[in-house]
Design a binder for this molecule. Structure first.
Ligand SMILES: Nc1ncnc2c1ncn2[C@@H]1O[C@H](COP(=O)(O)OP(=O)(O)OP(=O)(O)O)[C@@H](O)[C@H]1O
Length: 276
């Protein structure tokens, strides 16, 4: 069982059921001319409180898997279950954050942007939604900017608004697709750090897509390695021993090299391994 259990983990009887079960999932796109297989029979399980990373080369189907968990794409084969229930459509229990923060409607203030999904899904009344929005804006350090408009914010600040907006919905699982890829290197590092601090505080469950081995080791406590297109599971790696402070260490570099070999070199054993 994972060491990082959510505070609100269910009682003993259900405590050992994974939150997310992806079983033998093959995903396809059908275009007028052909069928593109994005993933082939991928299986993994995410426990409550995991920071679970999908890592693999460009085109291996990471984003497609995330979209399937979000409910935007139905599997060709296999099944996806959240809390034991099959995922058939999008829902407020799975909120996605993508790298295009300019999805924030520019005519709404930061506060209104965070309140918007809460009101649109009728989760809360206006006063409760405002309270909830300010609570999460405070958590990402943006309470002072509640009345600012998105175009006045830096890339990192827009990323924080997007994260606050997602967390304010209190989803069962937060889905992030390369959320920091468009940011400069320093801001990206700071955002990784802030995400970890936020996780320490809130203990949300995270499914995070990246093609950066370093980012995967820093952000994740478990990493699923996918083969090149179409994505198949190569291995699962435990990476809970690393954070930003260990990224220069010999152990970290060793784990990164091992993951690189597992991803790109034939002949490496694709069994479950421990990077830390
Ligand atoms: N809308 C689409 N129609 C047809 N094929 C698609 C579509 N979207 C993705 N694909 C194909 O599905 C495969 C998986 O794509 P996906 O975007 O999931 O990969 P990825 O691992 O997230 O890549 P990247 O890291 O570059 O974002 C690729 O071969 C891609 O070309």
């Amino acid at each position: 069982m994972n060491a990082f259990l959510q505070n609100s983990a269910p009682a003993v009887a259900t405590a050992f059921q994974p939150l997310l079960q992806v079983e033998g999932v093959s995903l396809e796109y059908r275009t007028a001319e052909r069928v593109v297989r994005a993933t082939h029979e991928v299986s993994f399980e995410v426990d409550p409180g995991d920071r679970f990373v999908l890592l693999g080369p460009s085109g291996c189907g990471k984003s497609t898997l995330l979209k399937a968990v979000a409910g935007f794409i139905r599997p060709r084969d296999g099944a996806i279950r959240l809390d034991g229930r099959e995922v058939r459509e999008p829902g407020p229990d799975r909120i996605a954050v993508f790298q295009e923060f300019d999805q924030l409607p520019p005519w709404k203030t930061v506060r209104q942007n965070v309140m918007f999904p809460l009101l649109a899904t009728r989760s809360l009344n206006r006063r409760e939604a405002e309270e909830r929005a300010l609570h999460y804006l405070d958590k990402v350090g943006l309470a002072r900017f509640a009345d600012a408009y998105p175009h006045t914010l830096s890339g990192g600040m827009k990323a924080r608004v997007a994260i606050a907006r997602a967390l304010a919905m209190q989803p069962k699982i937060l889905l992030m697709d390369e959320p920091f890829a468009a940011l400069d290197a320093l801001t990206r590092r700071r955002m990784q750090e802030e995400l970890l601090e936020l996780w320490q505080e809130v203990r949300f469950t995270l499914l995070f897509v990246t093609h950066s081995i370093e980012e995967a080791l820093v952000v994740g406590n478990r990493i699923l390695l996918l083969s090149p297109h179409p994505g198949r599971v190569r291995a699962e790696v435990a990476s809970h021993a690393f954070d930003l402070h260990s990224s220069g260490s010999a152990d970290f570099q060793h784990a990164a090299r091992r993951i690189h070999r597992l991803l790109f070199e034939e002949g490496e054993s694709p069994a479950a391994v421990h990077a830390a």
